[in-house]
Design a protein. Structure first.
Length: 294
């Protein structure tokens, strides 16, 4: 992994952070809670108006990661030039520790779709995604992280598993990997695959951040259950278990609590982050090779 990714990640501590959303801006500005770091959706701050001013105020006291949802890295077209310019400007102004987006697509020409759609994992798609990531990294002057998506279908045209695709993308472009543990669990449950095989296959040195979130369970008319990545509840016990396994694979990394629908009181997010922090601390003091060496 390029040294510049290690340098950027160093400004985001290997601790539990919280996804900052608009309902909690005032609380954070007024009370300055004890939170290791915040991650924000970059598109919410591209207008240059009040939200950005608020973010800049928060940035003075906290490390910030920018998480984009609009680059559409999997689109056949290159990233939208205007959108990329706005992201570059925002990154220059905020100086985030990390910048990330998703292994997905959401744009065709000038049309944007309100979802992060899955890709066929083919050699052709691999070349397109790699080229798009390179364009973004050149524009930003930094390495980005790419997150595994939640998926609800697979393509017959795919010739490789998602983890193989993501690992090869990282190898070709030098990008890091944002391993979303909830997404991994949701996708594995929906497709009846083994999430541990996924974790084992990711190149550990390239994994630079992890996400945790809640998900919903829906029952279809035929009785089949499907898990929906809605970020609207506490982290499920099975996802916590998988996170523990991920810590044993990747070591202590910046770990984010995400919550985007039915946003609760800030104290609920603090409680979830505290759970993640306890696991990070436990792994460091019990399982980390660095801890034993010390």
């Amino acid at each position: 992994m390029p040294d510049r990714l290690h340098a950027a990640a160093a400004s985001i501590p290997a601790m539990a952070g919280i996804g900052l959303r608009f309902p909690h801006h005032r609380h954070v500005v007024d009370t300055r809670p004890t939170v290791a770091w915040f991650e924000v959706h970059a598109e919410n701050y591209m207008s240059g108006r009040a939200p950005l001013s608020c973010l800049e105020s928060i940035r003075r006291d906290y490390s910030i990661s920018l998480h984009s949802v609009g680059l559409s890295l999997g689109s056949a077209d290159p990233p939208d030039a205007e959108h990329l310019a706005k992201l570059s400007s925002l990154a220059a102004r905020v100086q985030p520790g990390l910048v990330s987006d998703h292994l997905s697509w959401s744009r065709v020409a000038e049309f944007y779709l309100a979802d992060l759609l899955p890709l066929p994992y083919t050699e052709e798609a691999l070349a397109v995604v790699a080229e798009n990531i390179e364009r973004v990294q050149v524009a930003l002057g930094r390495t980005i992280l790419v997150e595994n998506p939640s998926t609800y279908l697979t393509y017959a045209a795919s010739v490789m598993d998602e983890f193989e695709f993501l690992a090869e993308i990282s190898r070709r472009t030098g990008c890091g990997i944002l391993c979303d543990i909830n997404n991994l669990y949701v996708s594995a449950s929906n497709h009846a695959t083994d999430p541990l095989r996924y974790l084992d296959a990711l190149p550990a040195p390239s994994v630079a951040e992890m996400h945790l979130a809640g998900h919903a369970v829906r029952q279809l008319d035929d009785g089949t259950e499907i898990r929906i990545d809605d970020h609207g509840s506490t982290v499920a016990p099975a996802v916590w278990d998988l996170y523990g396994t991920a810590l044993s694979r990747f070591g202590t990394l910046p770990t984010l609590i995400e919550w985007d629908t039915d946003i609760p009181a800030f104290s609920v997010l603090e409680s979830e982050a505290a759970c993640a922090q306890r696991m990070l601390d436990q792994y460091y003091y019990v399982g980390s090779p660095d801890a034993h060496a010390a």
